[in-house]
Write a protein of this length. Structure first.
Length: 261
């Protein structure tokens, strides 16, 4: 279980008082959970992920994973993955993550990760990560993260600037990792991209936790339908009527029938 208690953080400033970013954040989440973290730009989403990953030190409060320090048990994929690449080839970038753990069958593990992330061995292994498209770079960043085999996976806007096929690629990776009983956090402005995969939705506002609820509670109590696009409205209406998310064909039939009536 991940436990966060009374977490606060401020960025230091040379010219003024420290800039408060997060104040008194508390929540608990079990393994096999996927938490969508939302909130306006500047609300503290990325800062919270960095604290959970151990990249920043809290001003006050506690973070623990299975009653241990979270450092060493978490990894994060940044919104701009190209900033984290430092190896000459995709193969070297992914295998670098293996150095932290000794796998008995490195090549098998490497190929399995490539397959999970939709990367062809012959096509990508010898290429520079910096020569790839944005979607391909994100998949390489995911592959490197999976090589670390951490309990807590943190994704910062993983679908940003991706087209529908690119988003679907990321969804497949996220679905695969959900099945490993890990805890995932996804910071995103577009909840609908991952809402059907999520167990919880958390919202930050001005550095405070506005709510931390189950996906069911979010759809039934928190979501503002008037702020949604047509497809999102249809999905929410369908869920509220039938208690589950629709497939593509079901959603199309619903739009043609019940919703238009």
């Amino acid at each position: 279980m991940l436990k966060v208690k009374n977490l606060s953080f401020a960025y230091p400033s040379r010219r003024s008082k420290p800039v408060k970013v997060l104040s008194n954040i508390s929540f608990e989440v079990q393994e096999d959970s996927l938490v969508l973290l939302t909130g306006p730009t500047g609300s503290g989403k990325t800062t919270l992920l960095k604290l959970l990953c151990g990249l920043l030190r809290a001003e006050s409060g506690e973070i623990s994973l299975d009653d241990e320090n979270v450092e060493g048990h978490a990894t994060m994929v940044f919104q701009s993955p190209e900033e984290s690449f430092f190896n000459a080839t995709v193969r070297e970038e992914i295998l670098f993550a293996f150095k932290e753990r000794r796998y008995p069958h490195v090549e098998d593990r490497y190929r399995n990760i490539l397959k999970t992330c939709g990367l062809d061995d012959e096509k990508y292994s010898s290429r520079s990560p910096l020569s790839l498209s944005g979607g391909e770079q994100r998949r390489v960043a995911f592959a490197s993260m999976l090589g670390l085999s951490k309990k807590l996976l943190l994704l910062d806007e993983p679908a940003a600037e991706l087209d529908e096929p690119g988003i679907e690629d990321i969804r497949k990776i996220v679905t695969s990792e959900r099945d490993t009983k890990r805890i995932l956090f996804i910071a995103t402005h577009h909840l609908i991209d991952f809402l059907d995969l999520a167990t919880h939705v958390a919202a930050l506002e001005s550095g405070r936790l506005k709510y931390f609820v189950t996906t069911n509670e979010y759809i039934l109590e928190k979501v503002r339908v008037e702020d949604l696009g047509l497809r999102e409205k249809l999905i929410v209406h369908y869920y509220r009527n039938f208690g589950r998310f629709p497939g593509d064909e079901e959603l199309l039939s619903y739009w043609r029938g019940e919703f238009n009536c």
